[in-house]
Design a protein around this ligand. Sequence first.
Ligand code: AMP
Length: 282
Amino acid sequence: MRVFYNFDALKKALDSKSKEGSALGFVPTMGALHQGHLSLIKQASSENDIVIVSLFVNPTQFNNSDDFDNYPRTIEQDLSLLSGFENKVLVYVPEVKDIYQNGIQSGHFEYGGIENEMEGKFRPGHFDGVGTIVKRLFEIIKPTQAYFGEKDFQQLQIVKKLVEKYQIPVKIVGCPIYREANGLAMSSRNERLTLQERQEAALIFNTLKLVKEKFGTKSAKEVTEWVQKTFQNNAKFTLEYFEIANENTLTTCIRKSKKKKYRAFIAVFVNNIRLIDTISLN
Ligand code: AMP
C-alpha cells in the first residue's frame, strides 16, 4: 500500500503502474475506516489490477456544519488499517485544491427526481455535494470499476444515474452492507456512540427485519405506522424518516405490486448522531 497526498504524485504512480487494459478499481471514502469500508476494498482488490482508495471528508455534502466538524477524522488509524493491503492498493488523500479548483462549492445535479426523496429531502444539497465529488474523482482517476455500499442505497442509485447522464465509462458495483455483531450497520458515525448507545442501536436493524416480515402480509402504510410507533415509544431515538419505497424510483410505496421491488429506508438520531439503514423487502 502506498499513500499519495496530491493528484500529481498519484498520477505519476498510476502512469508507471498501469498498462493498456489494466483494470483500475476505485473505492471513494470519507475515512474513519471500518470493516464495511474494508469489505469494499477487499472486493475491489480481488477484481482489479490496481485499486485506489480515497480518503476525503467532502465539505459540500454536509448540510449541517456541526456534523461536518464532528465527523471522525482518524487518518493515522486509517493508514494503519490499509497498510495490510498488498502493493496494488494506492491510497489517495486529496488536497482540497485537487477537488475544488474554484472555491469550495458544489454543482447542481438532477437525476429525474430520485435526488429529492429521503436523504435528498432531509439533507438539502447533500446529493449536489456527492455528485460534485464523485464526478471530479471519476474525471481525475478514470477508474474502470467503482465500488459503493448498499448502506447508502440512494447514493448508489444516484451514482449510477450520474455516470449514465455524463456518459462516464465506469462500471458501478454495489456491495452488501457490513454489520456489527448485533446487526447495527457499520458506520464511521458509530464511533461517536457510547458503548450503551451502540448496543441499543441494534433496535434499528431489528426493526427493519420485522418490517420485512410484516410487509409480507400488511400494507406499506400499516408497516410504516408500526415503525413510527416503535420509535415514538423509545425516548433514546428520534426517527427522522421511515419509508417503504420502490427500489428503482425511490418513491413511496402506496399500493404493493408483485411486479415491483421494494426496499425499506430509515434515518434515526441517537443522541444527535444520525444513523441510516436499509433492507430489501422482496
Ligand atoms: P463513507 O466513508 O461513509 O462515505 O463510505 C464510503 C463507502 O463505503 C460508501 O460507498 C458507503 O456506502 C460504503 N459503506 C459505508 N458503510 C458501509 C457498510 N457498513 N457496509 C458496506 N459499505 C459501507
